[in-house]
Structures are given as structure tokens and as C-alpha cells.
Design a protein around this ligand. Structure first.
Ligand SMILES: Cc1ncc(COP(=O)(O)O)c(C=O)c1O
Length: 435
């Protein structure tokens, strides 16, 4: 590890020398924010870059460097930084008044687009974030079933208060969670049988995102569909990230209909939102015309700018055909990375699916989070720093999200940066993984 620590220190000192203004801005922010930070995932050592602008698939920092943006706002940035259709939709909404305090056409348009697309969503409601969408879906499942237990998965991320990365977070809502292992079909089936009629819901990301962009086996999802039906629990697909992976998310690809689906991230064109939906039977519990209906208020549930941007984004840009094409193009890129790793004979793998990629230090696809080695985790900060130094911005944990404005120039830049990284560090990678 000594050699790795030294390499990381060396990369950080080159980075620090290149970014004095970001360093000073970070220091300054410590006056008001703990550690200068108001969004934990955006912190990395020695200090995060302050960004000042973006255009298409590129982003500019305070010290005047330009990056290809593979952080992609952790998948919400699907449309890039300056899509004209989205900008124009927001401007129109702004000019027409943006604090209506009433229903508007925009939320109805977006609702129609999403319900028409996802077979599992007859009816939908909007909220402000993916976290909120999952809280609402889980609470709905507990009320509808009259049960308390929720089965989730180790290393899943469903929001800041429903988080199981490396174990349950101290911040989690006090729901009665039971944790199973992702892609462990037999173990999870057994657990569902044991919990039986106390189980309100199973919640799953069909690609385990923050946990390493690990794809769920189809048989695993099919088992969840069958078992939840058997015990009378709801199956909730958290497609906050994965909805982008095709015309109707992973559920569309796998041909599996969950009872409820949660959405967020990109569906408002990059503006804040969340949504939860499901069968008419479940969602009609929210019908305010009915006596005893569930109440779901929220000042910004239908905020005009998000709804207008979402309607334009999903209606005019990310049509089902465009989503399918983008998936195919993204898979070509992901496979090209894996071809590069094989050609270089290095233990690296572009895990994930379509435009959701996580770089792992492994020769094979990662199928469950416990397969991610300590060495793999230890190498990530080095990869992250070196990619930034090459003008390619990826997430600190090695995630890369593709966006629609990316072209071959952007993708080649990422491939070239990875090639340079491998040429420089292959012996170190081998040493760390063997330790
Ligand atoms: C799968 C998944 N669900 C839920 C969330 C929470 O969404 P938000 O950050 O909008 O609250 C995230 C955010 O990264 C996510 O990846």
C-alpha cells in the first residue's frame, strides 16, 4: 500500500499545483459549511474542484480547465449542460410565472409521458427528489399492506435516509429494514419466506448504482416478482437512475412489472424532481375526492420549472426511440473500454449497463458488492485524480455517466486517459490487487 499511497500523494500534489483558485474557494467555504461541503458525495481529497460553467458534455472549473463531464450530475445530467429545448422550456415557464400554487399543464404533460411509457405506472405523483419518492413509495407499501417490514439490499442506495452502503446509515429512517444480498436468489427467497406475512415491500435498484453499477440477474428479479406476490408484499423498483437505460427502464427490458416504481434524476431535464407511481388500485389511495384518502402535500411537488423542463425533455428529446438508441451507443462505448482492458491485459472492468458505468479493478464482471475487493476500493482515488488531470471528470468512486451531447471526441478522450493510466500504473495495480 505504501507505493499506492505515494502515487496518490504525488497525483494530489500535481492537482493542487494546477488548481489554486479551487483550493482557495474550498478553504473559504469552510467558514459556512462544515468542511466546506453541503453535499457529501461531492467531497474528495485534497479538495473538490469548483465548477463555474458547462456547455454540452463539457464543464469548466475555476482555474480555467475544461473537462469532459462523466460525473453527469450522478446521472441526472443526461441532457448535458445547455440543451436548447430544455432552456427554452424553462424560460417560457419563467416568463409565464413560476410560483403558481395551482395545477399547471406542465405536470399533466409530464405525467402523461411517464405513464404512457412505464407499463407498471397507471398513475403517478411528483415530489422533490428520489429520496422523497422512495420514502413515499415505502410508506405507501406499509399503509396498503398494513405491515411494517421492508426488505432492501446490502450496499443499496435509495437516498440520504435510505442508504445501506457498507451497512445501514445512522441517518436512515427508522423503518423495520431487513437486508439481503444483491443477486443472492436462493438466500433472498428464503428470507422472504421467513418474513412472510409481515413483509410490506421489497425495494430494489434493478442496477445496484452507488454499490458498483451491478446488474441484477433476470432470474433474481423474476424470483422477487414471484415471491412478493406469494406473500402479498409490494415489489418496488427504484429506477431513479436506471429509468434512463431504455424506453421504459430496466423493467421494460426485463419484462417485469413491479407494483410501484420510483423515478427522479433526469426526468425533469436536470432540474429537481422525484416521482412515485404504480397501479391505479394503489395510487388511487391518494385520490383527494375519496374519503380517508392518503394526503401527500408538498410545496414544490409540481414546481413549474421542473415540470416544464421535464415535459420538454421526455416529450421532445428522450423519446423511447432515442432512449433505445442511446442505450445501444453507450453499450458500444462500454464494450470498447472492456476491449481496451483485455488488450492491455490489466485487471480492470467497466461494470454496469448502457450509460451507467462503474470502473472496477477486476478482470471480470462484478455480480455482487462483496466481490469488490479492498484493493479495488483503494485504487479508486488514484484513478479519479489521474482522470481529472487528463481533463476527464469521473465520480470519485469510479462511476461514469454518459450524456446525450457526448460525441466520439469525448469518448475517445476518456479511453485515451484510461490507456495512459494503465500504461503508467499497471504494475502498481497488479501489486495492490495481489496484496
Ligand atoms: C437509485 C437511487 N435512488 C434514489 C436516489 C436519491 O435521489 P435524490 O438524490 O434525488 O434524493 C438516488 C440518488 O443518487 C439513487 O441513485
Amino acid at each position: 500500500m505504501e507505493a499506492l499511497n505515494q502515487a496518490i500523494l504525488d497525483a494530489r500534489s500535481r492537482y493542487t499545483a494546477l488548481n489554486p483558485l479551487s483550493q482557495a474557494a474550498d478553504k473559504d467555504a469552510e467558514r459556512y459549511f462544515p468542511g466546506g461541503n453541503t453535499r457529501t458525495v461531492l467531497h474528495y481529497d485534497p479538495f473538490p474542484l469548483t465548477m463555474v460553467g458547462g456547455e454540452g458534455a463539457e464543464i469548466d472549473d475555476l482555474d480555467g480547465h475544461r473537462y469532459v463531464d462523466f460525473v453527469g450530475e450522478f446521472s441526472a445530467g443526461l441532457f448535458g449542460h445547455s440543451n436548447e429545448i430544455i432552456k427554452s422550456a424553462i424560460n417560457t415557464a419563467l416568463n409565464d410565472g413560476f410560483v403558481m400554487g395551482a395545477p399547471t399543464k406542465y405536470e399533466r404533460e409530464l405525467a402523461g409521458l411517464l405513464c404512457d411509457r412505464f407499463a407498471s405506472i397507471d398513475k403517478i405523483r411528483f415530489c422533490n427528489s428520489g429520496t422523497e419518492a422512495n420514502l413515499m413509495a415505502l410508506t405507501t407499501s406499509r399503509i396498503v399492506t398494513g405491515r411494517d417490514k421492508v426488505l432492501a439490499f446490502n450496499d443499496a442506495y435509495h437516498g440520504g435516509v435510505i442508504k445501506f452502503l457498507g451497512g445501514p446509515s445512522a441517518f436512515n429512517v427508522p423503518f423495520d429494514f431487513v437486508l439481503a444480498n444483491y443477486n443472492d436468489t436462493d438466500g433472498t427467497a428464503e428470507l422472504i419466506d421467513q418474513i412472510g406475512d409481515e413483509l410490506a415491500a421489497v425495494i430494489i435498484e434493478p442496477v445496484l448504482g452507488a454499490g458498483g453499477n451491478i446488474l441484477a440477474d433476470k432470474a433474481f428479479l423474476e424470483m422477487l416478482r414471484q415471491k412478493t406476490t406469494d406473500v402479498g408484499a409490494l415489489l418496488i423498483f427504484d429506477e431513479v437512475k436506471t429509468a434512463r437505460l431504455g424506453a421504459a427502464g430496466v423493467q421494460g427490458m426485463a419484462g417485469i412489472e413491479p407494483d410501484m416504481t420510483t423515478l427522479g434524476k433526469f426526468i425533469a431535464g436536470g432540474l429537481p424532481t422525484g416521482a412515485f407511481g404504480g397501479s391505479a388500485e394503489i395510487m388511487d389511495r391518494f385520490n383527494p375526492r375519496l374519503k380517508g384518502a392518503l394526503a401527500h402535500p408538498g410545496t414544490f411537488n409540481n414546481n413549474v420549472c421542473s415540470m416544464a423542463a421535464g415535459s420538454a425533455a421526455m416529450g421532445q428529446i428522450y423519446t423511447p426511440q432515442r432512449a433505445a438508441d442511446f442505450f445501444d451507443q453507450s453499450e458500444v462505448f462500454r464494450h470498447s473500454l472492456n476491449d481496451l482492458f483485455v488488450a492491455k491485459d490489466v485487471a480492470m472492468y467497466a461494470n454496469g449497463l448502457g450509460s451507467m458505468i462503474a470502473l472496477h479493478f477486476s478482470r471480470e464482471v462484478t455480480k455482487t458488492p462483496s466481490d469488490i475487493t479492498t484493493g479495488c476500493r483503494a485504487l479508486r482515488p488514484l484513478l479519479h485524480m489521474e482522470m481529472l488531470l487528463e481533463g476527464v471528470s469521473v465520480c470519485g468512486r469510479g462511476d461514469m455517466f454518459l450524456s446525450l451531447p457526448m460525441d466520439e471526441r469525448h469518448l475517445s478522450k476518456a479511453r485515451d486517459a484510461l490507456e495512459k493510466f494503465i500504461d503508467r500504473y499497471k504494475p502498481l495495480i497488479e501489486q495492490i490487487l495481489q496484496a
